[in-house]
Design a protein around this ligand. Structure first.
Ligand SMILES: [Zn+2]
Length: 96
């Protein structure tokens, strides 16, 4: 969805850019950040203790940072900050 809008932008409709930014916000695509150190880089863990890098959108959805990765098996109810010792529910993250 974001890519489709980007291709409109690339075609030269620069005046559409504010609408593009606005619609991303409306779609809840803005990233939430750590309440302590204010970075968006988070990870989640699975039962084996493996980490997967993620970010969290403003509606509290956990999204894998790298395309094609799956959250299957990972506990998305608790996220861990890469920048500090904070961890907790994605709902406790803050808007930048
Ligand atoms: Zn942090």
């Amino acid at each position: 969805m974001a890519q489709g809008q980007f291709s409109i932008f690339k075609k030269g409709y620069i005046s559409y850019f504010p609408i593009f930014v606005h619609s991303i916000r409306n779609l809840g695509m803005k990233k939430l950040v750590c309440p302590q150190c204010k970075i968006a880089a988070m990870y989640v863990k699975n039962e084996k203790g493996e980490r997967l890098l993620v970010y969290v959108t403003s509606d509290g959805t956990v999204i894998p940072k790298n395309e094609g990765e799956s959250l299957e098996g990972y506990d998305v109810t608790e996220v861990f900050c890469l920048g500090c010792s904070w961890h907790g529910s994605p709902k406790h993250m803050v808007k930048y």
